[in-house]
Design a protein around this ligand. Structure first.
Ligand code: GCB
Length: 590
């Protein structure tokens, strides 16, 4: 799934802008031919979620139609033409000039359909996409499962703690390729002394046998290579003497270009390795700490939609506090985010949409596993060439049926979901390892969850709310509890530990002496306490605060104004006191 690119051979036409839009709560659109035109259309921005563009659509998650008319340049005649959707949350069906061309499940990964034979050259083309985000038990993430939380249950009824924004969240693009084209490229780098080895595998769309060419710019002298294709597959290796290795402090990118037949594709690459040894994560053989955040793609009005100025600003703010890392909690972020991370030197734990998985029975678990496998495969296909991506996270906080304060049912009965969950999660970890042996694999565990689920991770990720959900208001005791738990996990697994979440909801501007919960002082002290512990524990390989910024959650008695306020920045990106604490700790490390 190569990112569409404009070069001397390939073309792109970005259809982002104002589209026609109409909701279809009765689901009559297909029967009434809405893909040809919308009778009661109103304008909507693409990319963007619909929920914050119109007030009465805030909680609407049903079917809706997007429609755009556009000419296709006549200079594209003779090329293959594809329509590509960057992300549509959750299920989308695509129509071109009245014909259905395909559908896609899963809200955060791109999909494309060839539309060459459907294009009209002397008239506008009609591109229509229907999208719905029904919350159901066997989708990933899931919704509408009976909540054990009782009065704390949320609306809309998600299993996860963020707003289920719906719509076309990333650009819709037309792109071309020559008749025979480069379908996929895989770049794997290794290091020997000061030499970088760049191994490139190229897959063509047809079983071509013959030669292609490679070149790498950015080294002292341009480097060239030959690709010998057999049945459409060619591999080659380029050696880069005295290579400049990609890292968080020097994110140096080389430019790799590939020519095969009539096609050409070029992409930035970084030469780096990632590994774990004892309690450390090694970047290019040297220990590195992942300091940063769990984040969300979330902002006022644009919702989960790609927002480029916000993206640039967020990177600048992360740099300002001295962060070098984040996790794409709880779904794959845009391709543009990953490109920026490569360029800015961020170390990414790249996460699938498998948040809050449950394993309540074999049937639902089997249905969810299928969706998880599809999404994990699509994610790795999309992001495998980004040097910034150092690890795949196959799930966030999978849940056993009984744990901690959510325990229900007869506790003398064995909890079969633990063993069922273990099989499920091991399957995903194994899949990630097979698809990409060059990166680390992990999953993110929740407080009170079974320790056995950590067994097959390269490093341990822990979300822990000591001082918030547990021992709130009692920071001394909470921090002692945290320290004890961390030492216990280290003793058990002897793997590096990244705290992928910790934090406190904080109402910006609320102060207190004493520093009670919800005040800025409390969050600042909680963060300080956690970072101080991390400094004393060599096996802590990273501290990622929950969350970078306040974000839209679902409504419940837990979320004031529908917001999760654990951000160290507000939703509009004003720093809270905790942001300055991060600067104290992290700026001195860089
Ligand atoms: C978690 C979840 C995250 C929530 C957070 C919270 O453990 O992974 O999605 O937003 O807790 O604030 O409760």
């Amino acid at each position: 799934m190569l990112y569409p690119q404009q070069n001397h051979v390939r073309n792109t036409l970005d259809l982002s802008g104002i589209w026609d839009f109409q909701t279809d709560p009765e689901e009559v659109g297909v029967q009434q031919g809405w893909y040809k035109g919308l009778k009661q259309a109103r304008p909507i921005a693409v990319p963007g979620s619909w929920n914050e563009q119109y007030e009465e659509l805030f909680n609407y998650l049903g079917l809706a139609w997007y429609l755009k008319r556009s000419y296709v340049p006549s200079s594209w005649k003779g090329q293959r033409i594809f329509l590509r959707v960057g992300s549509a949350n959750y299920f989308a069906r695509v129509y071109v000039n009245g014909q259905e061309v395909g559908s896609h499940e899963g809200g955060h990964l791109p999909f494309a359909f060839e539309i060459t034979d459907l294009v009209q050259w002397n008239a506008e083309n009609v591109f229509a996409i229907s999208v719905e985000n029904h919350l159901t038990a066997t989708r990933v993430p899931s919704g509408n499962i009976r909540s054990p939380l009782g009065p704390a249950a949320s609306f809309p009824p998600t299993t996860f703690d963020f707003f289920p924004f719906a719509g076309l969240h990333r650009p819709v693009v037309l792109y071309t390729t020559p008749a025979n084209y480069i379908e996929d490229i895989t770049v794997v780098t290794t290091i020997e002394g000061d030499t970088g080895k760049v191994k490139v595998s190229v897959q063509l769309n047809e079983p071509f046998s013959g030669q292609g060419r490679l070149s790498l710019a950015g080294a002292e002298a341009p480097l060239e290579g030959v690709l010998d294709f057999q049945d459409g597959r060619g591999t080659s290796q380029i050696l880069v003497p005295k290579a400049r290795f990609w890292s968080d402090t020097d994110p140096y990118l080389y430019q790799l270009s590939i020519s095969a037949g009539e096609d050409f594709y070029s992409l930035p690459i970084g030469i780096r390795t990632i590994a774990v040894k004892d309690g450390t994560i090694l970047l290019n053989g040297r220990p590195v700490k992942l300091n940063g955040f769990g984040r969300h793609e979330d902002f006022i009005a644009s919702g989960r939609g790609l927002n480029l100025p916000l993206m640039v600003k967020d990177y600048q703010l992360m740099r300002w506090v001295g962060a070098n890392s984040y996790r794409t909690s709880h779904y794959p972020y845009s391709e543009e985010e990953m490109q920026l991370a490569d360029r800015e030197g961020f170390l990414i734990i790249d996460e699938t949409p498998a948040v809050s998985l449950q394993f309540e029975n074999e049937e639902n678990a089997a249905a969810r596993l299928k969706v998880c496998q599809q999404q994990l495969g699509e994610l790795i296909a999309r992001d495998k060439n980004h040097p910034s991506v150092i690890a795949w996270s196959v799930a966030n906080e999978p849940m056993p049926a009984r744990f901690g304060f959510m325990a229900s049912g007869d506790s003398n009965e064995p909890d079969h979901s633990i063993e069922r969950g273990k099989r499920f999660l091991d399957t995903l970890l194994q899949q990630a390892r097979e698809l990409d042996p060059s990166r680390l694999v992990t999953l993110v565990t929740l407080m009170g969850g079974p320790s056995s689920w950590m067994e097959n991770c390269d490093f341990i990720c822990m979300n822990r709310y000591w001082g918030w959900y547990v021992l709130g208001g009692q920071l001394d005791k909470a921090l002692a509890g945290l320290e004890k738990e961390l030492d216990g996990v280290w003793e058990e697994w002897h793997k590096p530990i990244v705290m992928t979440e910790f934090g406190a909801d904080t109402m910006a501007g609320m102060h207190g002496h004493p520093n009670v919960m919800w005040t800025e002082e409390y969050q600042a002290d909680l963060v300080r306490g956690h970072l101080a512990i991390a400094e004393r524990k060599p096996y802590i390989a990273g501290m990622q605060i929950w969350n970078f910024a306040d974000f839209a959650a679902v409504q419940s008695i837990m979320r004031v104004g529908g917001l999760n306020m654990k951000g160290v920045f507000t939703r509009t990106r004003t720093p809270k006191m905790a942001a300055h604490v991060l600067r104290e700790f992290w700026r001195k490390e860089r």
